[in-house]
Design a binder for this molecule. Structure first.
Ligand code: GDP
Length: 198
């Protein structure tokens, strides 16, 4: 799936700009700086498919990437959340955009929710977990930047994260641990995308 063509389709700053729901979608969500762009690039073997932008308010868009010819799946890069300096109206706009997308998008098969393995699930992540549970969108927690912490700390955060995921109705009971730096978990992540659309 990921060895064929992959192309940026469009950005949607609001729902009117969503592409036609002609193919299944798998979305990627997480706090700003969680490593989402790096992971999307690693997943698709592209150097800068997803661009990193750490400017708050600049990334309040859904970005769509087409995978395969003929088109097989659309990857959706959701705007990062939880930026410390984001003004209130930016946070509110994010909430509306994401909530409307999650609730109304029949072709959305799964969301991969990225969580920094150094921090584990935070309150702001719980808010989006609740949005996903309420919208009944199936999701799976993916730990990022696993190369950044000691193996023993990683085991601990994996256990705690999986334990919490299992309490959420729409969450997959198993988490995936990744590193864009070392390639850890990337094959598993690819399988999770394929499984979501299978
Ligand atoms: P985004 O804001 O979620 O798109 O995050 P980025 O992909 O831009 O990553 C934020 C920062 O974390 C950048 O400096 C990346 O180089 C770094 N980073 C991302 N993933 C990893 C990883 O797996 N390991 C390490 N060591 N650094 C990472």
């Amino acid at each position: 799936l990921f060895s064929g063509p992959i192309a940026f389709l469009k950005s949607a700053p609001s729902l009117e700009f969503l592409p036609d729901p002609e193919v299944e979608e798998v979305a990627f969500a997480g706090r700003s700086n969680v490593g989402k762009s790096s992971l999307l690039n690693k997943l698709t073997n592209r150097r800068d498919l997803a661009r990193t932008s750490n400017t708050p308010g600049r990334t309040q868009e859904l970005n769509f990437f087409d995978v395969g010819t003929p088109l097989k799946v659309r990857l959706v890069d959701m705007p990062g959340y939880g930026f410390a300096k984001a003004p209130k109206d930016v946070a509110r706009k994010w909430r509306y955009l994401v909530n409307d997308y999650l609730r109304g998008r029949q072709v959305l098969k799964r969301t991969l929710l990225l969580v920094d393995s150094r921090h584990g699930i935070k309150e702001i992540d719980r808010e989006i977990m609740k949005m996903l549970d309420d919208a009944a969108v199936s999701y799976r927690v993916v730990l990022t930047k696993a190369d950044k912490i000691k193996a023993s700390d990683l085991r601990e955060v994996e256990a705690l994260t999986a334990e919490e995921a299992r309490k959420h109705p729409a969450a997959h009971p198993d988490i995936i641990t990744t590193s864009s730096e070392t390639g850890l978990g990337i094959d598993q992540l690819r399988k999770a995308v394929i499984e979501a659309i299978g």
